[in-house]
Design a protein around this ligand. Structure first.
Ligand SMILES: C[S@@+](CC[C@H](N)C(=O)[O-])C[C@H]1O[C@@H](n2cnc3c(N)ncnc32)[C@H](O)[C@@H]1O
Length: 316
């Protein structure tokens, strides 16, 4: 038992492997973040693993009783409540952007390389996500003329991008007005380069135009659309950004012959998260409408699913 509880640690080469890059391609900023974070974890023993699986299965019952998807049901009201309270705490706390880390980065068991793992640090999830985000910023955003995050939530990605990409306009869009209010209120800290907008991905506004050379980002936002991503996808193709980068759960790259991935895919189906998006992108690529630049299962996720799979593509 003592042996099973031994801690292992994620190093730079583990992150590089996850993103399908060589050690040489790892940006220095990521190396520094990896050195600063605590990436120790241990595998679960049999009882802990059973308890984790039972927790997931019990959660299924909750979702089976919900008739509508987030996109169809009261998803918007829920996000309004969440981001209103973040906005109020942000103002009361003196506009400190460090306070914008969303509440779903809680200490918990994570999915790591095809099995569950117990992190040593309560900050493991947010620290691992921060390294991934930094890699995306360094790799895909540095030449962008403007960056747009759709479904931007608390705006914490927008603030980080504005910090790391000086001189670039960063836009955050969400269907709740509180996201835009948060962004507008921290914008002076970044020379007024951050802009918040209300935008509904289910009912896209063709009059909202992206500037030329724009890069688009979504993080856990397409996830919410279930099968209703087509209007937003067509909007993006028409707007012709230089690149679109998604960090989303992509069920089609899971291996459902394993219990571990089957659980994640079943969770996504019950939660009515994104489905059919990757096959649709592949069909568009076959028809010469887009080019897929990267598909990567980063093999890191929350207890329930691989939330951080990466797809990058560009309209042709
Ligand atoms: C899980 S949160 C992710 C937020 C942020 N991208 C992040 O990384 O923390 C999902 C976000 O998508 C937004 N969202 C959901 N459906 C949307 C829609 N139809 N149009 C615009 N935003 C939407 C929610 O309001 C919420 O802010």
């Amino acid at each position: 038992m003592a042996e099973r509880k031994k801690y292992e640690v994620l190093g730079v080469s583990d992150f590089a492997r996850r993103w399908g890059i060589s050690l040489k391609e790892m940006p220095k900023g990521c190396v520094a973040l990896i050195a600063r974070g605590d990436f120790h974890y241990r595998r679960l023993d049999k009882n802990e693993r059973d308890a984790a699986i039972l927790k997931i299965l019990k959660q299924f019952d909750t979702y089976d009783n919900v008739k509508k998807s987030i996109a169809d049901g009261d998803g918007k009201k829920r996000w309004m409540r969440e981001w209103k309270s973040v906005f109020e705490a942000f103002v009361a706390g003196g506009y400190d952007t460090e306070r914008l880390v969303p509440p779903y980065f809680r200490p918990q068991i994570v999915r790591l390389d095809g099995d569950f793992a117990m992190p040593a640090s309560p900050h493991f999830s947010i620290d691992a996500y921060t390294v991934l985000r930094r890699w995306i910023i360094e790799t895909y955003f540095k030449k962008a003329h403007a960056i747009y995050e759709f479904g931007c939530g608390t705006g914490f990605n927008v603030a980080e991008i504005a910090k790391l990409c000086p001189g670039v306009e960063v836009h955050g869009l969400d269907w709740t007005p509180y996201s835009a209010r948060i962004i507008q209120s921290f914008s002076p800290q970044f020379g007024n380069r951050a802009h918040g907008h209300v935008f509904n991905m289910l009912n896209t506004d063709p009059k909202f135009c992206l500037s030329s050379g724009a890069v688009v980002l979504t993080v856990g936002a397409m996830e919410q659309l279930n099968t209703r991503f087509e209007p937003f996808l067509l909007y993006l193709i028409r707007q012709k950004p230089a690149l679109v980068v998604h960090i989303e759960p992509i069920v089609e790259i899971a291996d459902t012959n394993t219990l571990f991935d089957f659980l994640a895919v079943s969770f996504g189906a019950r939660r009515r998260y994104l489905t059919g998006f990757l096959p649709r992108l592949r069909a568009l690529e076959k028809n010469g409408k887009i080019r897929i630049v990267k598909i990567q299962n980063t093999r890191i996720g929350s207890l329930y699913h691989d939330s951080y799979s990466l797809i990058a593509w560009k309209p042709l």
